[in-house]
Design a protein around this ligand. Structure first.
Ligand code: BES
Ligand code: ZN
Ligand code: ZN
Length: 497
């Protein structure tokens, strides 16, 4: 998709599809919807008066109405798209809905008017991100697949708008939207294609393209580093594991902070010897979504160029049952020296992350963030609206909430208090990889990781409920969401401000 900014009067603009956002500003008691257009300018009120006066269109969130050959406009069509509130998050969704409206109608070009009443850069960025997110489709292996991608996205604003803010918004929006779709494409691939080796190749290719350092290590290095927890999972698979290390180190970066991004890269999770039920197991190809979020974030960081050093680590392996697989009851010695009793081989994500976090610290990370499709318990707790977030440091969390505010992605903090530690006490080793019972499973997993973050400020994101969407949304196809990648990127940027 090509993206550009046009400064023009709306009615003078030639476009097959001009998109205008609209806000439902009706009082609850009113019988007729009162719709406020978020872009003003002469003939627009006249062209939209019939539909708005009809009461047929209420501008609900992502609600669309199409006007052909609008009176007084050069554009062939005007599409009104509703927003529930005047926020960047709503605008992002509405832009996605506009793109998803255009795609099946064979419209390959659209122009979106930047809404008024929001910060210009933030509004433009949200529009562009939303459009990119909306453009992604996950049906890549269907032989009757039609490529419905948008070829040209334009954003338009009148003379009053600040062109520098719009240009910056377009640039950031493209970077973030492309990186999110890159992460989604990695997640979408089936486990037989996206093996740890291939994930390593994709990361290395991205790093080469955007000028990042990248090392992809195999089993020998994992053993040499004494990553006993990571290796415990990896040794059960015929597919070689990959320890992916991506480094962004700009000349202007201070010695501290150094940010460590650690992703769970289980390219397929069968559960191992504690094997999962067959029902729904096919979904476990997305168990590398945390790792993909980190690879996507590194791509965005390489282009946004914040003045801070960032190390991205993905621990990639399959979790398989086999003659060489770890067994319940086995004891693993992690890189940090801690001993772990493996009670359930399906709690493998925390094992690979334990060594990923320790390695990030060894490489000099002063602040850590991890993302992982870690627990079903987190999905039970928060559903598919908020991802879970945990932290051992209030300042890192303050940076994180600021980042999520910008990205519009939703996280809900869950507890991580020492009282929960009893849950993971083992009688044979330092800790065990599950809780003594099923209660508080998302926190138990986070408590386990906390042992490996040690005293380093750290954020843990459990994205199990949001990494994959079973249903299509008006603004987004079903399938991989790319959740957390934009928030992680904004979290990194917040340390360079
Ligand atoms: N990859 C799963 C978690 C998961 C569940 C991701 C649902 C996406 C959707 C993880 O490795 C796992 O199996 N966790 C277990 C932990 C348990 C054995 C303590 C779980 O949540 O059941
Ligand atoms: Zn598992
Ligand atoms: Zn898993």
């Amino acid at each position: 998709m090509q993206t550009k900014f046009i400064s023009a009067k709306l009615d003078r603009l030639s476009s097959p599809l001009l998109v205008i956002f609209a806000l439902d500003s009706a009082e609850k008691k009113q019988t007729k919807p009162a719709v406020k257009l978020l872009t003003t300018g002469g003939p627009l009120a006249k062209a939209t008066a019939p539909i708005l006066n009809s009461g047929e269109y209420a501008a609900g969130s992502c609600e669309t109405v199409l006007l052909h050959q609008p009176d007084g406009f050069k554009a062939e069509r005007i599409l009104l798209v509703g927003v529930a509130k005047l926020t960047a998050a709503e605008v992002r969704k509405a832009a996605g809905a506009a793109v998803r409206f255009a795609k099946p109608r064979k419209l390959r070009e659209l122009t979106i008017a930047i809404p008024e009443g929001l910060d210009t850069l933030a509004a433009t960025k949200a529009v562009v991100e939303g459009a990119y997110i909306g453009d992604f489709d996950s049906d890549t292996y269907r032989s009757d697949r039609k490529d419905q991608s948008i070829e040209q996205l334009s954003v338009v604003a009148g003379n009053g708008a600040n062109p520098a803010a719009i240009e910056a918004g377009v640039q950031e929006g493209v970077i973030l939207g492309e990186a999110q779709n890159f992460a989604r494409a990695l997640i979408n691939e089936p486990g037989n294609v996206m093996t740890p080796t291939v994930l390593g190749q994709k990361a290395a290719e991205m790093c080469r393209q955007y000028g990042l350092q990248c090392e992809v290590y195999g089993a020998d290095k994992i053993k040499e580093l004494k990553m006993g927890a990571f290796w415990g999972v990896a040794k059960g698979s015929e597919e070689p594991p990959a320890l992916i290390v991506m480094t962004y180190e700009p000349k202007k970066a201070p010695a501290s902070p150094v940010l460590g991004l650690v992703g769970k890269g289980i390219t397929f999770d069968t559960g191992g010897i504690s094997i999962k039920p067959a029902d729904g197991m096919e979904k476990m190809k997305y168990d590398m979504a945390g790792g993909a979020a980190m690879i996507g974030a590194m791509q965005a960081i390489a282009q946004l160029k914040p003045a801070v050093k960032v190390i991205g680590i993905v621990c990639a392996t399959e979790n398989m049952p086999s003659g060489s697989a770890m067994k319940p009851g086995d004891v693993l010695i992690a890189m940090s020296g801690k001993s772990i009793e493996v009670v359930n081989t399906d709690a493998e994500g925390r094992l690979v992350l334990a060594d990923g976090l320790a390695y990030a610290r060894q490489l000099g990370a002063t602040h850590l963030i991890d993302a992982a499709t870690l627990t079903g318990a987190c999905v039970v707790a928060l559903g598919q609206v908020n991802a879970g977030c945990f932290t051992n440091d209030e300042d890192a969390y303050r940076h994180f909430t600021g980042a999520a505010e910008i990205s519009g992605e939703r996280f809900w903090r869950l507890p991580l208090e020492d009282d929960y530690k009893d849950q993971i006490k083992s009688s044979i080793a330092d800790i065990m990889n599950t809780g003594v019972n099923r209660y508080g499973g998302a926190t138990n997993a986070a408590m386990f990781l906390k042992e490996f973050a040690e005293d380093t400020p750290w954020i843990h994101l459990d994205i199990a409920g949001l990494a994959w969407s079973d249903d299509a949304k008006p603004w987004m196809a079903k399938g991989p969401s790319g959740i957390a990648m934009r928030t992680i990127t904004e979290w990194v940027r917040s340390y360079a401000k």
